[in-house]
Design a binder for this molecule. Sequence first.
Ligand code: HAM
Length: 419
Amino acid sequence: MIQKPRGTRDILPPESRLFQAVEAAAHRVFQALGAEEIRTPLFEHTELFVRSVGETTDIVHKEMYTFADRKGRSLTLRPEGTAGVARAFLENRLDQRPLPQRLYYIGPMFRYERMQRGRYREFRQIGLEIIGASTPLADAECIMALWEFFAALEFDNFTVHMNNLGDPEDRPKYAQLLRSYLMGSKDQLCSDCQRRLQENPLRVLDCKVPTCKEVTAAAPGMDTVASQASRAHVEEVVSLLTSLGIPLKWNPRLVRGLDYYVRTVFEVVSPELGENTVVCGGGRYDRLLSDLGGPEIPGVGFAVGEDRLIDSLPPAFAAKVTTEVRLYLIPLGNEPALFGLQLARDLIRQGVPVELEVGGRSLKAALKRADKRGFAKVVIFGESELARGVVLVKDLRRGTQQEVPVAELAKDWQREVEP
Ligand code: HAM
């Protein structure tokens, strides 16, 4: 039997409902803040990611799904969303529309990563980008939107880890400082970090290998050499978010795995999934669009790992979403079967979710199934009920039953779901 490729997932019911609920919350919250959805291709020219995410990052270095198409052009399955959004923004001249623009996306990303819990090779991200505003207020709005999205899903235990990555001009100074600090313990670093030490020492701070973490634990933070302007910027973001009551933790070792960031960077960690499992990452990227050949347009954004978020959903929220709330229609006999089909049609037209028993089960077998599936109410009708224009509604939770006129069924349901 053919199996799915390693690192991919089949999202099956009822889990698919959790994805729908999370995505519905994203649409609702982001649109309420004036964001609009953008959909970009699942594959792009490889060069886009090399130039934006950065040649020396792990993503570009070893995690991209890159292939030549039939004409020999190098294409890559998108490992993240920001580069494609920036490319689309420039290519479609969205900069000619009023700025800033708030754009969000939901969709699969691809990274060739080593498998572990919460880490997949095809995974989904929900991202928001605010393009065309350079103020600390824009960063704060972005994180506020993220927080409201989490609140809509009833999360109450997240913390935002933040750092200042300075401006690009500060980078060489910091790389130098860090390199000389780490040189002293070079032999304790993993082989990847020994290479990173030369190429891009910031990446060493991002390494998850315990011995490397030990070496970097007391390393100087970027903030020590960051420009005054970038420090003032990030301090203002922190102050705005603190006033909003969003829990923040300053983390000088937070460098993110992508090269386009400047100033504000942040990650959200779920206490359930542990320190190494980040549910969301983001930050400011003021040079990305100009690095891609466009005008100097600043941006700030984040992406939530949807699969990881769903793994840590509050149980009460998940239970609400997966509870079977629909009317189970059980026709008894041939004539009632056709009536059942019409009834199902009429009820879905009125917004009542139904499930028609199409398997020809006996009443006893149907009730057993209703119990197993967790249906709260079933609707039973045979020829005698139809002759009187009524159906029998059985409330399985309360253990009651009553005859309801067919015309009242939708209203009866509405009363139940919106008491
Ligand atoms: P990122 O930190 O690389 O940032 O990814 C964002 C989130 O995607 C992570 O925090 C994680 O939850 C999820 N994620 C990443 N890799 C995997 C994986 N292999 N399996 C499951 N989930 C994963 C970005 O991608 C940036 N584009 C975020 C951004 C938007 N920055 C500015 N705007």
